[in-house]
Design a protein around this ligand. Structure first.
Ligand SMILES: CC(C)(COP(=O)(O)OP(=O)(O)OC[C@H]1O[C@@H](n2cnc3c(N)ncnc32)[C@H](O)[C@@H]1OP(=O)(O)O)[C@@H](O)C(=O)NCCC(=O)NCCS
Length: 255
């Protein structure tokens, strides 16, 4: 039987019942803002199974019916693959679900950070002043995102990785476990930074860099002219975002 506290929470579903989905369930339970009533997974064989105490209710195609049957209108996409996470979040938003964020109570997020939606911030992550975190970003366990850093749509900042101040991580990039990015660098869209790398130069879009200092080992496309292309979702108004952006630009100009 539900107690009063549980009943007053809004309900949500978690898309993806794999390892990341379980982590997100744990975060939501700790944060105690939304009650996860079940998983949704694209593998129909998972339907009916119970995972960490809640059931796999259906596939993404079943979401409209689940909303009607259970009255659930919120969702979070807990899938590690950046592209799939982004595509699914667009899809479920288009059918009327509101995307929520899962922020672990032990994460430390500065008050003037701007956040998109469908964001996961795991245990022990630090997000410092004036950062902007785009939609569908994963800031994984114990990572550090330092001041005025921009983290673009559907990126994954893996456990223990460290982004110094004023770094720009473009959409779809993957920063491997324990990697370090020094200040004011740009990590191009869909780039991959290998585990443990120390990045001291900009990383080209769609390339892979590894090692200390990081060197490019794979490149699909050499750096195009990227001026004017950064984090597209930042153009969507979120309360306070414009002011934060202005202050970042003003601070950079005064240097
Ligand atoms: C970089 C990475 C993505 C591999 O990419 P890949 O495109 O499959 O590249 P390959 O495995 O073919 O490796 C290419 C070269 O880089 C080297 N390499 C790969 N990963 C490396 C790393 N982390 N550090 C140093 N060298 C690395 C390989 O030894 C290989 O070197 P060689 O050409 O001299 O033989 C992967 O090794 C990695 O580091 N993944 C991060 C995983 C992670 O952080 N997981 C956390 C999830 S929460």
């Amino acid at each position: 039987m539900q107690n009063d506290k549980t009943r007053s929470k809004q309900t949500c579903v978690i898309l993806g019942c794999g390892g990341h989905g379980r982590v997100v369930l744990d975060i939501l339970r700790g944060a105690a803002i939304y009650e996860a009533v079940g998983f949704v997974d694209s593998n129909p064989e998972m339907i009916g199974r119970r995972i960490d105490g809640i059931e796999v209710l259906g596939t993404p195609n079943d979401l409209p019916a689940l909303r009607d049957r259970l009255g659930v209108g919120h969702a979070i996409v807990a899938i590690g693959d950046n592209g799939v996470r982004r595509a699914l979040s667009d899809e479920i938003e288009s059918i009327g679900f509101e995307l929520i964020n899962a922020i672990h109570p032990s994460a430390n997020v500065a008050r003037n950070v701007t956040l998109g939606r469908n964001i996961v911030i795991s245990a022990g992550a630090l997000v410092c002043a004036h950062c902007q975190i785009g939609d569908s970003v994963i800031l994984n366990t114990g990572c550090i995102v330092d001041h005025e850093t921009l983290v673009g749509t559907a990126t994954h900042i893996c456990p223990g990785s460290r982004l110094a101040g004023r770094v720009a991580v473009e959409s779809g990039a993957f920063i491997g476990i324990g990697a370090t990015i020094i200040q004011s660098l740009r990590i191009g869209y869909e780039a991959v930074v290998g585990a443990g790398a120390v990045v001291i130069d900009d990383v080209a879009p769609m390339s892979t860099v590894v090692g200390v200092p990081a060197r490019e080992v794979k490149s699909i496309q050499k750096t195009a002219e990227l001026n004017g292309w950064l984090v597209p979702e930042m153009s969507r108004p979120i309360s306070g975002r414009a002011e934060v952006m202005e202050s970042i630009i003003a601070a950079s100009d005064s240097q």
